[in-house]
Design a protein around this ligand. Structure first.
Ligand code: SF4
Length: 244
């Protein structure tokens, strides 16, 4: 959440990894960090929506206790640790679990080079999945004329759910069940995307940070190697406001 500072005379500050960061009341730690060009890795956060706190990748240590940076309000004199060996290790474990719980084959994925999961893994130096892959059996829903859902790649960030509900006012998507049974659902009696009024112009059609909700027919229009995250590091995009 960007806040207009033009009429703000307060001088609240906290520190993140020793750097003094100014903030104003109402901002979260992640808001304040991004505005001060301090990168805190995150997956389910998008400044257009209320924070969700579900991916836990933005975890930081606040005055000695672990919290999500996206949901924790910034407070005066907070001492925050983010870019530490221990926290980055824990973030890598979360990413490794996401990679092995789904079916993520970056070299053949049309989202490669433009995928938040892949780029965050690069940013955090994840060099292997570490855990044995689950290889869950998931489907591809290609029933819609313009869009498809590849359930193999969903990381359950809930951005499509929030976008469809809050911006498109359609409520097309939902997330059901828990743990390894978690599923992205579609609001139609058949459960197929093609039986909803989802449109490729919907905000939700362009919000998926990974290759789970895709437009048909454009996958390789821009070659891998020339895509946004191939050219500009994720960290640079995040602190410049280009990325989420
Ligand atoms: S389909 Fe994409 S936007 Fe929706 S929950 Fe899965 S990863 Fe997130």
């Amino acid at each position: 959440m960007k806040i207009d500072r033009s009429n703000d005379n307060s001088s609240n500050t906290l520190t993140i990894d020793g750097k003094s960061v100014a903030f104003i009341k109402g901002q979260t730690i992640l808001d304040a960090a991004l505005e001060a060009e301090v990168y805190i890795p995150h997956l389910c956060f998008n400044p257009k929506f209320e924070p969700h706190g579900s991916c836990r990748v933005c975890m930081v240590e606040v005055n000695g206790h672990t919290h999500c940076a996206c949901t924790t309000p910034a407070s005066q004199n907070d001492v925050i640790k983010s870019d530490t060996r221990e926290i980055n290790h824990d973030r890598r474990v979360l990413l490794q679990m996401l990679f092995t719980e789904g079916n993520h084959f970056c070299p053949s994925c049309e989202k490669s080079g433009n995928c938040l999961l892949q780029s965050t893994a690069y940013e955090l130096g994840m060099v292997s999945p570490h855990f044995s892959p689950n290889f869950p059996i998931r489907t591809v829903d290609a029933s819609h004329p313009d869009m498809l859902i590849d359930h193999n790649r969903c990381i359950f960030c809930s951005l499509c759910v929030r976008a469809s509900r809050e911006i498109d006012c359609k409520n097309i998507f939902g997330i059901s069940k828990r743990g390894s049974q978690t599923t992205l659902t579609v609001n139609s009696s058949s459960g197929r995307l093609g039986d909803t009024d989802f449109s490729s112009n919907d905000f939700a059609a362009n919000i998926c940070p990974v290759g789970a909700i895709l437009h048909k027919g454009v996958g390789f229009a821009k070659p891998i190697g020339n895509r946004s995250n191939d050219i500009t590091p994720l960290k640079t995009q995040a602190i410049s406001g280009e990325g989420a």
